[in-house]
Design a protein around this ligand. Structure first.
Ligand code: FAD
Ligand code: MLT
Ligand code: ZN
Length: 463
């Protein structure tokens, strides 16, 4: 190992090979606190060439590697399980000039979502995916997890924002093309292959992003309704009548109480309702001549007899205040313990029943567990957070995922499989699917050096 460390230091510089346990510690535990492992070194390259050289050295010595971006992932895929080297991509944070005519920018994999937005906004553009971890989540990590976020109904997931990318295979070979072209059907699309690959197929180093027009008129409404079925009816009405619709998110009274306790914010509406929807509309000035977003939203809400109470804001501070009731659920839950986070999609016609049934299934195993639900309602994506059971006890996770499969849902809507759900992969994918995924993994990384144990448990690897 000492000679390997020396070679790594000569590639990235002494100060970018961390071996001191105190310096390595932040890279060893995930955002939730549920997943952690030990690493002998954290290596922080700054360029594609350095990533390639580091991987060549690791491959030559059979050293497994965990790629890490902002370490905001929620399924344990960004931290070592034991003995892997952590390859931090955060120094690849260059942001190229924004093409203001065509809405494109090339960014390093380590650029944060917030930094890319800050670069895009003055040029009249924005990133189509938004999420509350925007200050830390990196573009590379967002592609590697195919992040969803709150604007998916309008712009799709992260894979839809990628024109092309550059990545490095486990043996150090650079693949992909930067700058990329909007139409380019020369063989496989690496962006499609690597989106959602969770660091198991290649290390993403640069991404050519398609931006979306900056919204100049935005309106946010927080709306109280009686139950999930009513909420889903309202979602349908909003989608049919508002082309400017960006988001429809849901949270529930018990969760909002917790957020209020944690943040000191008051209950947001004049009436207490069981379900609260955060609805956002936006139009760009190029496409409208005034307050189209506000007017449209107010008109639809005014006519909707589902609405029991509402608050609307159009100014930036007011919008942020209303969003906080939904966005601050994640941090609030984490102040109450180490959560079991189950991010699932449920078919719309099963969602209302699932919302109640999931609590019963959890309580059948862990009667004292607290279940906090919220999510991206317009996508059928619910985040089921369970507090109480020991972090290492998977019984509630299994019970929830079994219910999800029973009702025809997906065991991972947007966070990925990581190590958190790898043992349930066979519940959700056919044997043929899993074999094809393993073949892809082995084709690109034959000696299983990139993120071993993520998506597939290592026991299922072919040797
Ligand atoms: P990391 O956590 O560092 O890594 C995640 C995975 O990607 C790991 O498997 C890692 O090995 C791999 N990886 C990272 N960088 C690279 C790279 N350059 N090349 C190859 N593999 C790489 N997710 C959503 O989808 N929607 C949300 O709304 C959402 N909201 C969130 C809110 C909060 C408060 C938090 C803490 C998290 C949220 N997340 C959400 C989860 C998380 O932010 C996303 O998964 C994000 O895409 C992870 O980016 P990251 O840079 O932090 O990646
Ligand atoms: C969210 O939508 O808030 C995120 O996906 C994070 C979480 O599940 O807590
Ligand atoms: Zn989410």
């Amino acid at each position: 190992m000492p000679s390997v460390l020396g070679r790594l230091r000569s590639v990235v510089g002494d100060e970018h090979v961390l071996t001191d346990p105190d310096l390595c510690a932040p890279y060893e535990t995930d955002w939730t606190g549920r997943f952690h492992g030990h690493t002998h070194s954290v290596v922080r390259p700054a360029t594609t060439a350095e990533v390639s050289e580091v991987l060549r050295i690791c491959a030559a010595h059979g050293i497994p590697v965990v790629p890490q971006g902002g370490n905001t992932g929620l399924v344990g895929g960004s931290v070592p399980r034991g003995g892997e080297l952590v390859l931090s991509l955060r120094r690849l944070d260059e942001i190229g000039p924004v093409d203001a005519d065509h809405g494109e920018v090339v960014v390093g994999a380590g650029a944060t979502l917030a930094a890319v937005r800050d670069a895009a906004v003055p040029a009249g553009w924005d990133v189509g995916v938004d999420l509350a971890a925007r200050d830390s989540a990196t573009i590379g990590g967002m592609v590697a997890t195919n992040a969803g976020g709150s604007q998916l109904i309008r712009y799709g997931a992260m894979s839809r924002q990628v024109i092309g990318l550059e990545a490095v295979r486990a043996d150090g070979t650079v693949i992909g093309r930067i700058p990329a072209l909007r139409k380019d059907n020369v063989g496989y699309h690496w962006s499609g292959v690597l989106a959602g690959s969770e660091g198991t197929l290649a290390v993403i180093t640069r991404v050519h992003l398609a931006l979306v027009p900056l919204m100049t008129d935005r309106a946010v409404a927080l709306v109280g309704v009686d139950d999930v079925e009513t909420a889903l009816r309202l979602v349908g009405r909003l989608r049919r009548s508002l082309p400017s619709l960006l988001s429809v998110e849901a949270c529930f009274a018990e969760g909002v109480d917790l957020v209020c306790d944690h943040t000191g914010m008051p209950w947001p509406l004049e009436t207490r309702t069981p379900v609260l929807l955060t609805i956002e509309c936006g139009t760009s000035r190029a496409a409208s001549s005034g307050d189209e977003a506000v007017d449209g939203l107010l008109e639809v809400l005014g006519e909707a007899d589902e609405v029991r109470a509402s608050a609307v804001a159009t100014d930036e501070a007011g919008r942020a205040r209303l969003w906080a009731y939904r966005d601050r659920h994640t941090e609030t839950v984490s102040t109450l313990g180490v959560p079991h986070k189950l991010d699932v999609t449920i078919p719309f016609d099963a969602l209302a029943a699932f919302h109640d049934e999931v609590v019963e299934r959890v309580h059948a195993i862990a009667p004292d567990a607290r279940v906090v639900q919220y999510g991206h309602l317009a996508d059928g994506n619910i985040h089921v957070n369970i507090l109480g059971p020991d972090p290492d006890d998977d019984a509630v996770d299994e019970a929830v995922l079994r219910l999800v499969v029973e009702v025809g849902g997906s065991i991972s809507a947007e966070h990925g499989i990581g190590i958190a759900k790898r043992d349930s992969l066979a519940l959700a994918r056919s044997a043929g699917d899993i074999a094809a995924m393993r073949d892809l993994k082995h084709g690109l990384d034959p000696t299983v050096l990139l993120n071993p144990g993520v998506i597939f448990s290592t026991a299922t690897y072919r040797t």
